[in-house]
Design a protein around this ligand. Structure first.
Ligand code: GLP
Length: 256
């Protein structure tokens, strides 16, 4: 497990994008797993810069997003498809036909979830999975209490998550109560995993995820089982960690 503690979100974006770009440049048909939320935005901004200024090529990249709200169509401003378009896909040379976000409008959601798993498998599996974290330790929308070997499924959002995410909607009642999410088992199948976290409200979840016991009560703690997981965490989100983790002074010091 690698934990990199950084001073601000700009550095978080640069270091995490650098780690991904390094792997992407090695493999022409890269399969990238993506996350939404405010934390990965600086990472996407840096990927866009790397594309525009340093030739990072997405033309043969395939992406799979972690999750989507049930009941929101892709053109809804709070849907995760919309988020991905405006924060990343519209600014890089990716073929949108190769970008996959769970379909929150699917008629048969269970069948869709099975199909999503099959699509990831057919693409050769996710090579680098980006994750954020909820203040309750969720990854994607895999909420506390989820099976640690779960696959893509429909989930009911906890009151805590609805409250956290209501800041994006006009009112709390507008937040969908259900979502489709990759399961913990799906996420752990990725060859590499990168979790980004920022803000004091993530400090408890980060301490539990990185230094706590592996438990379904903190789904992110399951990442301790993965051989190639990196956490890039700002100082406030890392405030409750007790071990001596990496604190690079610059991106260069890390050679990413
Ligand atoms: C949502 C997403 C998660 C994300 C979380 C944190 O709940 N489903 O994948 O990690 O938000 O978002 P933020 O980075 O804005 O705190």
């Amino acid at each position: 497990m690698r934990v990199i503690i950084v001073k601000d979100t700009d550095t978080l974006g640069k270091i995490s994008a650098g780690l991904i770009a390094k792997e992407m440049r090695k493999s022409p048909h890269f399969v990238l797993g993506l996350a939404t939320g405010t934390t990965p935005i600086p990472l996407y901004q840096e990927l866009i810069r790397l594309h525009k200024e340093e030739g990072l090529d997405f033309s043969t990249t395939t992406t799979f997003n972690l999750d989507e709200y049930v009941g929101l169509p892709g053109d809804h401003e709070q849907s995760y498809r919309y988020f991905m378009n405006i924060h990343l896909f519209d600014h890089i040379n990716i073929n949108k036909e190769n970008t996959f976000v769970p379909d929150g409008m699917a008629e048969d959601i269970d069948a869709f979830c099975e199909e999503y798993e099959a699509m990831i498998k057919d693409a050769g599996g996710v090579e680098y999975q980006v994750l954020g974290i909820g203040s309750n330790g969720h990854i994607g929308f895999s909420e506390p209490g989820t099976s640690l070997s779960s696959r893509t499924h429909k989930t009911r959002l906890t009151e805590n998550t609805i409250e956290d995410n209501s800041r994006m909607f006009d009112k709390k009642e507008d937040v969908p109560t259900e979502a489709i999410t990759m399961g913990i088992g799906t996420i752990l199948d990725a060859k590499r995993i990168l979790l980004v976290a920022n803000g004091a409200n993530k400090a408890d979840a980060m301490a539990q995820a990185i230094e706590g016991p592996i438990t379904a009560m903190c789904p992110a703690s399951a990442l301790q089982l993965h051989p190639k997981v990196t956490f890039v965490v700002t100082e406030d989100a890392a405030a409750k960690l007790t071990l001596e983790w990496e604190r690079p002074q610059s991106r260069k010091a890390l050679s990413v």
